[in-house]
Design a protein around this ligand. Structure first.
Ligand code: KG4
Ligand code: ZN
Length: 338
């Protein structure tokens, strides 16, 4: 078989990333984060576009260098067309067009959400890859989806959020506790030291396999306001228990529907993806449920959970093998469904 080398570009949110993929093996995966957003407590789209503009060429240069290849070796360039922040997507899309034109190679438009799922097919030291069909719980700062994966590029969203994403639930709860953005990893850290049954928060009633997280935020806010009236240091004194209880509530909500989906679809291959799948409580819970239900579980390497270009490169590979390429008229799309 011919060796295929694909350069992947991801710029949908606040990380600029470039990766080099040879067949299903990642040779490099460079990510430039953006600190500018931290003081605003969330991603500021205008600042994100500007930072992508500054980062993209150095990030691509480093990815190619670290991969130990020449840019002439690249067979195709894959980029995130959407979904995401339009200004951010345009930087990656425009770069891909210029690179494809300059190098005279094809370009491949990829769906970011396909990327999170297909990260499971990147070679990882003999680790098993999922067999079709499987379910993937994709949980990130922007998305919460239960995806029925029938083939590499044949997927169906069977459950999604009607308001906030799971990552937002972590980040907004953290903000209420006075923690810096993004608060998800901090909740994870403090939760390890706390009692998850100390406090109870409202859980949503949503139909079918859908999710809702906006009520949780309100429930936490009112609870804390009430407590602080009597004990002004309530949050500081109960930080670990609050984080543990909030995390447990989010995980309860996520797993209730995931278990329902697995039953309904009669599928026992369960994967997780997206930034929130880095959560250690979620990983532990997945293993517990797996034992109880004879699931076979798939967890990507940490660096392929959060936004990265490796997942876009592997998505590009499957389009490449099917002969699916974009032309120069393609435009970035903020809202892109499967
Ligand atoms: O996939 P990702 O990097 O970007 C998006 O596409 O959104 O996900 C970022 C989200 C943020 O909400 C962040 O707080 C959350 O993932 N996150 C975590 C953890 N690590 C990242 N949430 C909980 N526990 C973690 N360890
Ligand atoms: Zn993402």
């Amino acid at each position: 078989d011919k060796e295929i080398i694909i350069l992947g570009i991801e710029s949908s949110c606040d990380d600029t990333s470039a990766a080099v993929l040879r067949n299903e093996e990642i040779l490099s995966n460079e990510i430039a984060g953006q600190r500018v957003h931290q003081e605003y407590g969330g991603v500021v789209p205008e600042l994100a576009s500007r930072a992508h503009q500054q980062n993209i060429i150095p990030v691509v240069d480093t990815a190619i260098k670290k991969a130990g290849i020449k840019k002439e070796d690249i067979d195709a360039i894959a980029f995130t067309r959407g979904p995401g922040l339009l200004g951010s997507l345009i930087v990656g899309t425009s770069f891909a067009k210029s690179f494809a034109l300059g190098m005279n190679i094809p370009m491949i438009d990829c769906n970011h959400m396909h990327g999170h799922v297909l990260a499971h097919f990147i070679d990882d030291e003999g680790k098993d890859k999922p067999e079709f069909p499987f379910l993937c719980l994709t949980v990130s700062g922007g998305h919460t989806q239960i995806v029925l994966v029938k083939d590499y590029l044949d997927m169906e969203v069977i459950g999604t959020t009607i308001d906030d994403a799971a990552g937002e639930a972590f980040d907004k709860s953290a903000k209420i506790l006075g923690l810096p953005y993004p608060g998800g990893p901090l909740i994870d850290k403090y939760a390890k030291l706390g009692d998850e049954n100390k406090f109870e928060f409202a859980k949503p009633q949503v139909k079918d396999l859908d999710y809702s997280f906006s009520g949780l935020k309100t429930s936490i806010l009112y609870f804390i306001q009430k407590q602080e009236k009597e004990k002004p240091n309530f949050v500081e004194e109960n930080m670990n228990d609050l984080c543990a209880s909030i995390q447990k509530t989010i995980l309860d909500i996520l797993f209730k529907k995931l278990i329902k989906a697995a039953k309904e679809q009669n599928i026992k291959s369960i994967a997780i993806a997206g930034g929130v799948s880095a959560n250690s409580g979620l990983r532990t819970r997945l293993e517990e449920e797996a034992k109880k239900r004879q699931w076979k579980t798939f967890i990507p390497k940490f660096e392929y959970c959060t936004d990265n270009a490796a997942m876009i490169a592997i998505t590009g590979r499957y389009h490449y093998l099917r002969g699916e390429f974009a032309d120069q008229k393609i435009a970035a799309t903020a809202r892109l469904i499967f």
